[in-house]
Write a new protein. Sequence first.
Length: 167
Amino acid sequence: MSKKVNIIVTQPPYGKEDAFGAVPMAASQVAAGNEASLIFASGGVHSIVKGQKTGYGDLAVWLKDVPSVEAEIIKNIEIVSFFGQPGILMTEIIPDETLDVRGECCPYPLILTKKKVEQLKSGQILHVIADDPVAPQNIDSWAKKSGNKLLAVKQDGKIFNIFVQRT
């Protein structure tokens, strides 16, 4: 009897290994005849940005190449469904405002984002364009504490497209 298995990666506590481990776990469920869905939400989205490596130790110790999370996702893309946030596709997000903070370093992307979100009405969405690699995580942490909602993060090269909804 086939079962449906949902694997949800939220905020990895110690690094990328939780997100990395979820991919073969989902693939093994499919191999066992079950239907698997792999959902990356909230802080888990940051775990799968392009080029992220697992945290399973020094490559020299293992004497082998440790694959990136991205490589594992590509390898298993045919058998598992992936979501940036349950029920929300990147193409469905229509921002009300855009804030370009490229060239700004921590903490300024967060400070400028906070100010801009305060100007939005409840339910409105801000699209933040940043090139600071810590901006997605900082904005996610702030959104959780402030009660706002991080809808999605998409990385294109060194640019992060961050979507925040004011609650």
